[in-house]
Ligand binder design. Structure first.
Ligand code: FAD
Length: 402
Protein backbone atom coordinates (compact mmCIF):
# COMPACT_ATOMS: atom_id res chain seq x y z
CA UNK A 1 0.00 0.00 0.00
CA UNK A 2 1.34 3.48 -0.85
CA UNK A 3 2.15 5.78 2.01
CA UNK A 4 0.05 8.81 2.91
CA UNK A 5 1.17 11.98 1.12
CA UNK A 6 1.49 15.27 2.96
CA UNK A 7 2.18 18.29 0.76
CA UNK A 8 3.40 21.51 2.40
CA UNK A 9 3.38 24.78 0.46
CA UNK A 10 6.04 27.19 1.75
CA UNK A 11 9.33 26.46 3.51
CA UNK A 12 9.85 29.27 5.99
CA UNK A 13 8.93 29.43 9.72
CA UNK A 14 5.55 27.71 9.40
CA UNK A 15 6.18 25.39 6.43
CA UNK A 16 9.57 24.11 7.60
CA UNK A 17 8.19 23.42 11.08
CA UNK A 18 5.01 21.72 9.83
CA UNK A 19 6.81 19.48 7.33
CA UNK A 20 9.49 18.27 9.74
CA UNK A 21 7.10 17.98 12.69
CA UNK A 22 4.63 15.77 10.81
CA UNK A 23 7.50 13.60 9.61
CA UNK A 24 8.75 13.24 13.20
CA UNK A 25 5.27 12.65 14.64
CA UNK A 26 4.90 9.62 12.34
CA UNK A 27 8.51 8.44 12.78
CA UNK A 28 9.07 8.85 9.03
CA UNK A 29 6.19 6.55 8.03
CA UNK A 30 4.70 9.19 5.70
CA UNK A 31 5.69 10.88 2.43
CA UNK A 32 6.21 14.58 3.11
CA UNK A 33 7.00 16.97 0.28
CA UNK A 34 7.65 20.71 0.58
CA UNK A 35 7.05 22.95 -2.41
CA UNK A 36 8.40 26.45 -1.88
CA UNK A 37 8.74 29.52 -4.08
CA UNK A 38 12.03 30.27 -2.33
CA UNK A 39 14.85 27.72 -2.17
CA UNK A 40 16.15 29.43 0.97
CA UNK A 41 15.01 29.90 4.53
CA UNK A 42 14.91 33.60 5.43
CA UNK A 43 15.16 34.81 9.02
CA UNK A 44 12.92 37.85 8.40
CA UNK A 45 13.45 39.38 11.89
CA UNK A 46 17.03 40.31 10.92
CA UNK A 47 15.91 42.28 7.83
CA UNK A 48 15.90 45.35 10.10
CA UNK A 49 19.71 45.22 10.26
CA UNK A 50 20.46 44.46 6.61
CA UNK A 51 20.23 48.06 5.26
CA UNK A 52 22.91 49.21 7.73
CA UNK A 53 25.35 46.49 6.67
CA UNK A 54 25.02 44.74 10.03
CA UNK A 55 23.88 41.60 8.20
CA UNK A 56 24.33 40.32 4.64
CA UNK A 57 21.72 38.16 2.85
CA UNK A 58 24.00 35.14 3.37
CA UNK A 59 24.04 35.76 7.15
CA UNK A 60 20.26 35.41 7.49
CA UNK A 61 19.42 32.70 4.93
CA UNK A 62 20.29 29.07 4.34
CA UNK A 63 19.45 26.63 1.53
CA UNK A 64 16.39 24.51 2.29
CA UNK A 65 17.14 21.38 0.23
CA UNK A 66 19.93 19.96 2.46
CA UNK A 67 17.85 20.47 5.61
CA UNK A 68 14.85 18.63 4.22
CA UNK A 69 16.92 15.92 2.53
CA UNK A 70 18.73 15.12 5.78
CA UNK A 71 15.34 14.46 7.42
CA UNK A 72 13.89 12.39 4.56
CA UNK A 73 11.52 15.12 3.36
CA UNK A 74 11.27 15.84 -0.40
CA UNK A 75 11.88 19.41 -1.44
CA UNK A 76 10.79 21.10 -4.65
CA UNK A 77 11.82 24.69 -5.42
CA UNK A 78 8.67 25.80 -7.23
CA UNK A 79 5.77 28.17 -6.83
CA UNK A 80 2.26 26.76 -6.46
CA UNK A 81 0.15 28.35 -9.19
CA UNK A 82 -3.21 26.59 -8.74
CA UNK A 83 -4.98 24.54 -6.07
CA UNK A 84 -7.47 21.84 -7.07
CA UNK A 85 -9.14 21.11 -3.74
CA UNK A 86 -11.63 18.57 -5.12
CA UNK A 87 -8.94 16.70 -7.06
CA UNK A 88 -6.41 17.10 -4.18
CA UNK A 89 -3.73 18.43 -6.51
CA UNK A 90 -1.44 21.46 -6.61
CA UNK A 91 -0.04 22.79 -9.89
CA UNK A 92 3.47 24.27 -10.15
CA UNK A 93 5.73 24.98 -13.14
CA UNK A 94 7.79 21.95 -12.01
CA UNK A 95 4.84 19.56 -12.10
CA UNK A 96 1.50 18.68 -10.54
CA UNK A 97 1.61 17.19 -7.03
CA UNK A 98 -1.22 15.24 -5.45
CA UNK A 99 -1.79 14.94 -1.75
CA UNK A 100 -3.81 13.29 0.97
CA UNK A 101 -3.17 16.24 3.31
CA UNK A 102 -2.26 19.77 2.30
CA UNK A 103 -0.62 22.39 4.54
CA UNK A 104 -0.71 25.96 3.26
CA UNK A 105 2.20 27.96 4.72
CA UNK A 106 2.68 30.47 1.92
CA UNK A 107 2.99 33.51 4.21
CA UNK A 108 2.57 37.09 3.04
CA UNK A 109 3.12 39.47 0.18
CA UNK A 110 3.25 43.26 0.39
CA UNK A 111 0.04 45.07 -0.48
CA UNK A 112 1.49 48.32 -1.82
CA UNK A 113 -1.77 49.30 -3.54
CA UNK A 114 -3.11 50.75 -0.29
CA UNK A 115 -0.93 53.89 -0.61
CA UNK A 116 0.04 55.13 -4.10
CA UNK A 117 3.76 55.87 -4.29
CA UNK A 118 4.82 52.82 -2.27
CA UNK A 119 6.35 49.73 -3.77
CA UNK A 120 9.12 48.87 -6.22
CA UNK A 121 10.18 52.00 -8.07
CA UNK A 122 8.09 54.07 -5.65
CA UNK A 123 9.10 56.90 -3.37
CA UNK A 124 9.62 55.09 -0.05
CA UNK A 125 11.56 51.98 0.89
CA UNK A 126 10.31 49.03 2.87
CA UNK A 127 12.19 46.20 4.59
CA UNK A 128 9.62 43.42 4.57
CA UNK A 129 11.31 41.18 1.98
CA UNK A 130 14.97 40.45 1.31
CA UNK A 131 14.88 42.34 -2.01
CA UNK A 132 13.16 45.34 -0.38
CA UNK A 133 15.70 45.43 2.47
CA UNK A 134 18.61 45.33 0.00
CA UNK A 135 17.10 48.34 -1.83
CA UNK A 136 16.49 50.12 1.50
CA UNK A 137 20.20 49.65 2.21
CA UNK A 138 21.22 51.14 -1.16
CA UNK A 139 19.00 54.11 -0.35
CA UNK A 140 20.52 54.39 3.13
CA UNK A 141 24.04 54.61 1.70
CA UNK A 142 22.89 57.37 -0.69
CA UNK A 143 21.21 59.12 2.27
CA UNK A 144 24.47 59.18 4.20
CA UNK A 145 26.04 61.15 1.31
CA UNK A 146 23.22 63.73 1.33
CA UNK A 147 21.39 63.58 4.68
CA UNK A 148 18.00 65.19 5.35
CA UNK A 149 14.90 64.41 7.37
CA UNK A 150 13.61 60.86 7.78
CA UNK A 151 10.14 59.29 7.99
CA UNK A 152 9.56 55.77 9.29
CA UNK A 153 6.01 54.48 9.39
CA UNK A 154 3.34 51.83 9.05
CA UNK A 155 0.33 52.37 6.81
CA UNK A 156 -3.34 51.89 7.56
CA UNK A 157 -4.00 48.14 7.72
CA UNK A 158 -0.34 47.29 8.40
CA UNK A 159 0.30 44.70 11.11
CA UNK A 160 4.08 44.43 11.19
CA UNK A 161 4.50 47.32 13.66
CA UNK A 162 7.29 45.67 15.64
CA UNK A 163 9.63 45.68 12.64
CA UNK A 164 8.74 49.29 11.82
CA UNK A 165 9.51 50.39 15.41
CA UNK A 166 12.75 48.41 15.34
CA UNK A 167 13.80 50.13 12.14
CA UNK A 168 12.89 53.52 13.63
CA UNK A 169 15.08 52.99 16.70
CA UNK A 170 17.89 51.39 14.67
CA UNK A 171 17.88 54.44 12.37
CA UNK A 172 18.11 56.71 15.40
CA UNK A 173 21.06 54.64 16.63
CA UNK A 174 22.74 54.77 13.20
CA UNK A 175 22.23 58.53 12.96
CA UNK A 176 23.98 58.97 16.29
CA UNK A 177 26.86 56.74 15.15
CA UNK A 178 27.18 58.79 11.93
CA UNK A 179 27.19 62.07 13.89
CA UNK A 180 23.94 63.12 12.19
CA UNK A 181 21.51 62.83 15.09
CA UNK A 182 21.20 66.57 15.76
CA UNK A 183 20.68 67.66 12.17
CA UNK A 184 18.09 65.06 11.10
CA UNK A 185 14.42 65.29 12.09
CA UNK A 186 13.02 61.79 12.58
CA UNK A 187 9.24 61.31 12.34
CA UNK A 188 7.21 58.20 13.20
CA UNK A 189 3.92 57.98 11.25
CA UNK A 190 1.60 55.18 12.30
CA UNK A 191 -1.99 54.00 12.01
CA UNK A 192 -1.88 52.82 15.64
CA UNK A 193 -4.38 54.60 17.94
CA UNK A 194 -1.61 55.06 20.53
CA UNK A 195 2.14 54.46 20.82
CA UNK A 196 2.98 50.83 21.52
CA UNK A 197 -0.34 49.41 20.30
CA UNK A 198 1.73 47.12 18.03
CA UNK A 199 -1.43 45.74 16.40
CA UNK A 200 -2.01 43.60 19.51
CA UNK A 201 -3.93 46.17 21.54
CA UNK A 202 -0.85 47.28 23.51
CA UNK A 203 0.64 45.84 26.71
CA UNK A 204 0.62 47.29 30.26
CA UNK A 205 2.74 50.48 30.48
CA UNK A 206 3.64 50.08 26.79
CA UNK A 207 2.37 53.50 25.76
CA UNK A 208 4.34 55.23 28.53
CA UNK A 209 7.48 53.24 27.72
CA UNK A 210 7.31 53.95 23.99
CA UNK A 211 6.57 57.65 24.67
CA UNK A 212 9.66 57.78 26.85
CA UNK A 213 11.75 56.05 24.14
CA UNK A 214 10.55 58.46 21.43
CA UNK A 215 11.16 61.49 23.64
CA UNK A 216 14.65 60.33 24.56
CA UNK A 217 15.47 59.80 20.87
CA UNK A 218 13.86 63.13 19.79
CA UNK A 219 11.41 61.33 17.48
CA UNK A 220 8.18 63.12 16.53
CA UNK A 221 5.13 60.80 16.51
CA UNK A 222 2.15 61.23 14.18
CA UNK A 223 -0.42 58.66 15.26
CA UNK A 224 -3.84 57.37 14.29
CA UNK A 225 -3.32 58.49 10.74
CA UNK A 226 -3.90 57.01 7.31
CA UNK A 227 -1.53 57.82 4.46
CA UNK A 228 -2.89 59.24 1.21
CA UNK A 229 0.12 58.93 -1.08
CA UNK A 230 3.88 59.28 -1.24
CA UNK A 231 5.48 61.74 -3.65
CA UNK A 232 9.19 62.00 -4.17
CA UNK A 233 10.49 63.32 -0.84
CA UNK A 234 7.02 63.93 0.61
CA UNK A 235 4.51 61.75 2.52
CA UNK A 236 0.97 63.11 2.23
CA UNK A 237 -1.43 62.02 4.97
CA UNK A 238 -5.17 61.42 4.65
CA UNK A 239 -5.91 64.79 6.30
CA UNK A 240 -3.82 66.59 3.67
CA UNK A 241 -0.87 67.33 5.97
CA UNK A 242 2.55 66.44 4.59
CA UNK A 243 5.89 65.32 6.00
CA UNK A 244 8.97 65.92 3.86
CA UNK A 245 11.85 63.47 3.86
CA UNK A 246 15.20 62.61 2.34
CA UNK A 247 14.73 58.93 3.31
CA UNK A 248 11.54 57.02 4.14
CA UNK A 249 10.83 53.44 5.16
CA UNK A 250 7.15 52.55 5.28
CA UNK A 251 5.72 49.14 6.15
CA UNK A 252 2.64 48.29 4.04
CA UNK A 253 -0.16 45.89 4.95
CA UNK A 254 0.39 42.25 4.11
CA UNK A 255 -1.92 40.03 2.04
CA UNK A 256 -2.03 36.34 1.28
CA UNK A 257 -0.60 34.95 -1.98
CA UNK A 258 -2.68 35.27 -5.14
CA UNK A 259 -2.85 31.50 -5.64
CA UNK A 260 -4.51 31.23 -2.22
CA UNK A 261 -6.83 34.19 -2.86
CA UNK A 262 -8.00 32.39 -6.03
CA UNK A 263 -9.14 29.41 -3.91
CA UNK A 264 -12.22 31.31 -2.73
CA UNK A 265 -13.71 28.29 -0.94
CA UNK A 266 -11.01 28.54 1.74
CA UNK A 267 -9.66 32.11 1.46
CA UNK A 268 -10.95 35.49 2.62
CA UNK A 269 -10.84 38.68 0.55
CA UNK A 270 -7.22 39.34 1.59
CA UNK A 271 -6.08 35.90 0.43
CA UNK A 272 -5.72 34.50 3.95
CA UNK A 273 -7.07 31.05 4.82
CA UNK A 274 -9.99 30.76 7.24
CA UNK A 275 -9.24 28.02 9.77
CA UNK A 276 -10.63 26.27 12.83
CA UNK A 277 -8.59 26.10 16.07
CA UNK A 278 -7.18 22.79 14.76
CA UNK A 279 -5.76 24.76 11.78
CA UNK A 280 -7.97 22.75 9.43
CA UNK A 281 -9.81 24.90 6.92
CA UNK A 282 -13.50 25.54 7.61
CA UNK A 283 -14.64 23.32 4.74
CA UNK A 284 -11.93 20.66 4.27
CA UNK A 285 -10.69 18.29 6.98
CA UNK A 286 -7.58 17.42 4.93
CA UNK A 287 -6.52 21.00 4.15
CA UNK A 288 -4.63 22.98 6.81
CA UNK A 289 -3.14 26.47 6.94
CA UNK A 290 -0.48 27.79 9.34
CA UNK A 291 1.61 30.92 9.89
CA UNK A 292 0.91 34.26 8.25
CA UNK A 293 -1.24 32.49 5.65
CA UNK A 294 -3.97 32.12 8.31
CA UNK A 295 -6.83 34.66 8.52
CA UNK A 296 -6.98 36.37 11.94
CA UNK A 297 -9.67 38.86 12.90
CA UNK A 298 -8.71 41.63 15.31
CA UNK A 299 -11.02 41.73 18.35
CA UNK A 300 -11.31 45.55 18.11
CA UNK A 301 -12.00 48.39 15.76
CA UNK A 302 -9.61 51.31 15.66
CA UNK A 303 -10.35 54.74 14.15
CA UNK A 304 -7.65 54.04 11.52
CA UNK A 305 -7.50 50.35 10.57
CA UNK A 306 -4.55 48.36 11.98
CA UNK A 307 -3.66 44.76 11.16
CA UNK A 308 -2.65 41.97 13.55
CA UNK A 309 1.02 40.90 13.52
CA UNK A 310 1.39 37.17 12.94
CA UNK A 311 4.86 36.63 14.33
CA UNK A 312 7.29 33.73 14.23
CA UNK A 313 6.40 32.16 17.58
CA UNK A 314 2.71 31.64 16.75
CA UNK A 315 3.69 30.49 13.24
CA UNK A 316 5.68 27.64 14.79
CA UNK A 317 2.97 26.84 17.35
CA UNK A 318 0.30 26.64 14.65
CA UNK A 319 2.57 24.35 12.60
CA UNK A 320 2.99 21.95 15.55
CA UNK A 321 -0.77 21.85 16.18
CA UNK A 322 -1.40 21.10 12.49
CA UNK A 323 1.34 18.43 12.43
CA UNK A 324 -0.13 16.66 15.49
CA UNK A 325 -3.58 16.70 13.93
CA UNK A 326 -2.44 15.41 10.55
CA UNK A 327 -0.52 12.62 12.28
CA UNK A 328 -3.64 11.77 14.31
CA UNK A 329 -5.80 11.65 11.19
CA UNK A 330 -3.28 9.40 9.42
CA UNK A 331 -3.33 7.06 12.45
CA UNK A 332 -7.13 6.98 12.18
CA UNK A 333 -7.64 9.16 15.28
CA UNK A 334 -9.56 12.41 15.68
CA UNK A 335 -7.61 15.68 15.23
CA UNK A 336 -8.06 17.06 18.73
CA UNK A 337 -5.05 19.35 19.12
CA UNK A 338 -6.25 22.97 19.29
CA UNK A 339 -4.81 26.42 20.01
CA UNK A 340 -6.55 29.52 18.73
CA UNK A 341 -4.15 32.19 17.42
CA UNK A 342 -5.28 34.71 20.03
CA UNK A 343 -4.51 32.25 22.89
CA UNK A 344 -0.91 31.59 21.84
CA UNK A 345 1.54 33.41 24.15
CA UNK A 346 3.19 36.56 22.79
CA UNK A 347 6.99 36.30 22.88
CA UNK A 348 8.92 39.02 21.07
CA UNK A 349 12.02 41.16 21.29
CA UNK A 350 12.01 44.69 19.87
CA UNK A 351 15.53 45.74 18.99
CA UNK A 352 16.69 49.35 19.20
CA UNK A 353 20.24 49.13 17.90
CA UNK A 354 22.10 48.81 21.21
CA UNK A 355 19.04 48.56 23.43
CA UNK A 356 15.57 47.08 23.18
CA UNK A 357 12.43 45.74 24.84
CA UNK A 358 11.47 42.14 25.63
CA UNK A 359 7.72 41.68 25.21
CA UNK A 360 5.93 38.80 26.93
CA UNK A 361 2.22 38.11 27.36
CA UNK A 362 0.13 35.05 28.15
CA UNK A 363 -1.92 35.61 24.99
CA UNK A 364 -1.36 37.24 21.60
CA UNK A 365 -4.72 39.01 21.76
CA UNK A 366 -6.69 40.43 24.72
CA UNK A 367 -8.26 39.75 27.17
CA UNK A 368 -4.99 38.82 28.85
CA UNK A 369 -4.01 37.98 32.41
CA UNK A 370 -0.35 38.94 32.12
CA UNK A 371 1.75 41.14 29.88
CA UNK A 372 5.11 42.69 30.54
CA UNK A 373 7.66 44.84 28.71
CA UNK A 374 11.26 44.64 29.90
CA UNK A 375 13.47 47.40 28.43
CA UNK A 376 17.25 47.43 28.45
CA UNK A 377 20.42 46.47 26.59
CA UNK A 378 19.87 42.80 27.47
CA UNK A 379 17.01 42.83 24.91
CA UNK A 380 19.47 43.68 22.13
CA UNK A 381 21.82 40.91 23.32
CA UNK A 382 18.89 38.50 23.46
CA UNK A 383 17.86 39.27 19.89
CA UNK A 384 21.43 38.68 18.66
CA UNK A 385 21.60 35.35 20.52
CA UNK A 386 18.13 34.31 19.38
CA UNK A 387 19.00 34.92 15.72
CA UNK A 388 22.01 32.61 16.00
CA UNK A 389 20.08 29.96 17.94
CA UNK A 390 17.07 30.01 15.62
CA UNK A 391 19.12 29.77 12.42
CA UNK A 392 21.08 26.86 13.92
CA UNK A 393 17.87 25.13 15.02
CA UNK A 394 16.07 25.63 11.68
CA UNK A 395 19.07 24.72 9.51
CA UNK A 396 19.42 21.41 11.36
CA UNK A 397 15.68 20.84 11.33
CA UNK A 398 15.49 20.57 15.12
CA UNK A 399 11.89 21.77 15.16
CA UNK A 400 11.13 19.96 18.43
CA UNK A 401 13.36 22.42 20.30
CA UNK A 402 11.73 25.53 21.81
C1 FAD B 1 10.87 42.80 8.69
C2 FAD B 1 10.22 41.76 9.53
C3 FAD B 1 10.62 41.61 10.85
C4 FAD B 1 10.03 40.63 11.65
N1 FAD B 1 10.45 40.51 12.94
C5 FAD B 1 9.93 39.54 13.71
C6 FAD B 1 10.39 39.34 15.03
O1 FAD B 1 11.25 40.07 15.52
N2 FAD B 1 9.85 38.33 15.76
C7 FAD B 1 8.88 37.51 15.24
O2 FAD B 1 8.43 36.60 15.92
N3 FAD B 1 8.41 37.67 13.99
C8 FAD B 1 8.91 38.66 13.22
N4 FAD B 1 8.46 38.84 11.94
C9 FAD B 1 7.37 37.97 11.47
C10 FAD B 1 7.91 36.64 10.94
O3 FAD B 1 8.85 36.90 9.94
C11 FAD B 1 6.73 35.85 10.43
O4 FAD B 1 5.94 35.47 11.51
C12 FAD B 1 7.19 34.60 9.68
O5 FAD B 1 7.93 34.95 8.55
C13 FAD B 1 5.98 33.79 9.30
O6 FAD B 1 6.40 32.65 8.65
P1 FAD B 1 5.52 31.93 7.53
O7 FAD B 1 6.24 30.68 7.24
O8 FAD B 1 4.11 31.87 7.96
O9 FAD B 1 5.52 32.91 6.28
P2 FAD B 1 6.72 33.45 5.39
O10 FAD B 1 7.91 33.75 6.21
O11 FAD B 1 6.11 34.56 4.58
O12 FAD B 1 7.08 32.26 4.40
C14 FAD B 1 6.25 31.88 3.36
C15 FAD B 1 6.98 30.89 2.48
O13 FAD B 1 6.08 30.48 1.43
C16 FAD B 1 6.74 30.58 0.19
N5 FAD B 1 5.72 30.84 -0.84
C17 FAD B 1 5.06 31.99 -1.11
N6 FAD B 1 4.20 31.80 -2.12
C18 FAD B 1 4.30 30.52 -2.48
C19 FAD B 1 3.67 29.73 -3.47
N7 FAD B 1 2.73 30.24 -4.30
N8 FAD B 1 4.02 28.42 -3.59
C20 FAD B 1 4.97 27.88 -2.77
N9 FAD B 1 5.60 28.61 -1.83
C21 FAD B 1 5.26 29.89 -1.67
C22 FAD B 1 7.73 31.73 0.36
O14 FAD B 1 8.77 31.64 -0.60
C23 FAD B 1 8.22 31.46 1.80
O15 FAD B 1 9.23 30.50 1.80
C24 FAD B 1 9.01 39.81 11.11
C25 FAD B 1 8.61 39.98 9.79
C26 FAD B 1 9.21 40.93 9.00
C27 FAD B 1 8.75 41.10 7.58
Amino acid sequence: MSRTKVLVLGGNFAGLTAALAVHHELHGDVDVRVVSASDKFLFNPSLIWLPFGKRSPADITFPLAPTFESHGVDFEHAEATALDLDGRKVTTPAGVYDYDYLVIATGYRNNFAVVPGLGPGGNAYTITTLEDAIKAGEGWRRFLQAPGDIVVGATQGAGCFGAAYEYLFNISHQLRKAGLKRQVKLTWVSSEPFLGHFGIGGLPHGEALLSMFLKKEHITPVLNTAMDHVDEGRLVLADGKAVDFAYAMIVPPFAGQEVIAAATEIADAKGYVKVRDTYQTLTRDEVYAVGIAVAVDAPWQTPTPVGVPKTGFPAERMAHVAARNIAAQIRGERPVSQKAFGDIPAVCVMDAGNNGVIMLADKMLPPRKHGVLIPGPQAHAMKLAFEKYFLWKARHGYVGLP
